[in-house]
Design a protein around this ligand. Structure first.
Ligand code: PHE
Length: 359
């Protein structure tokens, strides 16, 4: 009997004094484990007389239950103490500055394409696309540049191996082949026959054998094309005036049309914008110098006929502008080659926030 009350107080005080979960588990093993004190009492039951065994067994079982309850109580006390200690030591200081987070930037070319889409979109233009790898017919012949025409020498073309059927292939030297692709489109022809008006811009990659501070073998152009029954040279001028002033954000931007030659337009004009080079720094919209930014003209009747439309019925204008060049001019970027170096420092400096508003 004495044994039992000694074991009881030893076990309960070990549980009570356990300072952490490891000590508590040690107290459990010391009492209830295989070689524990209470388990030891159970083992003595076999040597007792039956009536004693019943009475003593009940008391040992009760003791076992008591210890288990104490273990549970101590365990939850230790748990809330540990939580309280963590809460006290691990404070979140909400006044600390946030960790810097890396944000990507939009490349100036993408930004300018978005601006082009917004400005021409307001004028009712749609956005069209064409392949970078183009066949000779769309890039040249359809545009009134037949084989052996000297105008083919105007552009330093990357020629590709011909297709299996012999079709000569090139990397497109301008976005103008998409003029032909658009006019040849059955839905566009139906829309025109129904009295509609075709207005598209074609921003995209173009390729020429050229490489210096203002030329790269891959560069970007935006083509513009308007075809209907009435569009004339006055519309061409008005459209490009409005575009240049909106894009460069200069209301009084000086703009000059200069007679020029392209096989696919007649008459043709190149467009210059006024600028100054004071102190070696380029400023658009002021001063006494001119910078060429695009080629344009009334679509040649031969091109309209090559694309399956009747030039006696349909007419319109087209233009082609260097996107890289107008990006350099608007955003003061001196070297074209840096556009395509993928230098993170350059991209952080000249890139745009994704949420920068377009106009
Ligand atoms: N395709 C011409 C070029 O790359 C530009 C242009 C387009 C000129 C449309 C007139 C009309 O130089």
């Amino acid at each position: 009997m004495d044994d039992l009350s000694t074991i009881r107080s030893a076990a309960l005080s070990a549980v009570e004094q356990a300072a952490d979960l490891a000590a508590l588990d040690a107290a459990r093993v010391a009492a209830l484990g295989k070689k524990g004190s209470v388990t030891g009492l159970m083992k003595t039951l076999g040597g007792l007389a039956p009536d004693q065994r019943k009475e003593f067994g009940a008391r040992v079982n009760q003791l076992k239950g008591e210890i288990e309850v104490a273990l549970e109580a101590r365990k939850s006390a230790l748990g809330s103490a540990a939580l309280a200690a963590r809460l006290a030591s691990e404070k979140v200081d909400v006044s600390l500055p946030v960790r810097p987070e890396g944000h990507g930037t939009l490349h100036p070319i993408g930004q300018v394409m978005d601006e082009l889409g917004a400005i021409f979109g307001e004028m009712g233009f749609m956005w069209a696309d064409g392949p970078d790898i183009e066949d000779d017919w769309h890039n040249f012949t359809a545009l009134n540049i037949p084989p052996d025409h000297p105008a083919r020498q105007m552009q330093d073309t990357f020629y590709l191996p011909p297709r299996a059927d012999g079709t000569p292939m090139v990397l497109r030297t301008h976005t103008s082949p998409v003029q032909a692709r658009t006019m040849l489109d059955k839905n566009v022809q139906q829309m025109l026959a129904d009295g509609g008006s075709l207005r598209v811009i074609v921003p995209g990659r173009t390729f020429r054998i050229d490489n210096d501070a203002t030329h790269t073998p891959m560069f970007h152009q935006v083509e513009g094309l308007v075809i209907d029954r009435n569009t004339h040279m006055g519309h061409l001028k008005g459209c490009l005036y409005d575009f240049c002033r909106a894009y460069f954000e200069v209301d009084e931007l000086p703009i000059r049309f200069r007679p020029s030659y392209f096989p696919f337009t007649e008459p043709s004009a190149e467009v210059d914008i006024g600028c100054s080079w004071k102190g070696g720094e380029l400023r658009v919209g002021a001063g006494d110098s001119w910078l060429e930014i695009l080629g344009s003209g009334m679509v040649h009747p031969n091109v309209i006929a090559n694309c399956g439309l009747d030039p006696a019925v349909y007419q319109g204008f087209a233009f082609g502008m260097g996107i890289d060049r107008i990006a350099m001019l608007k955003y003061g970027i001196p070297d074209l080659r840096s556009f395509f170096d993928a230098d993170l420092r350059w991209l952080r400096h000249y890139g745009f926030s994704a949420l920068e508003s377009v106009r």
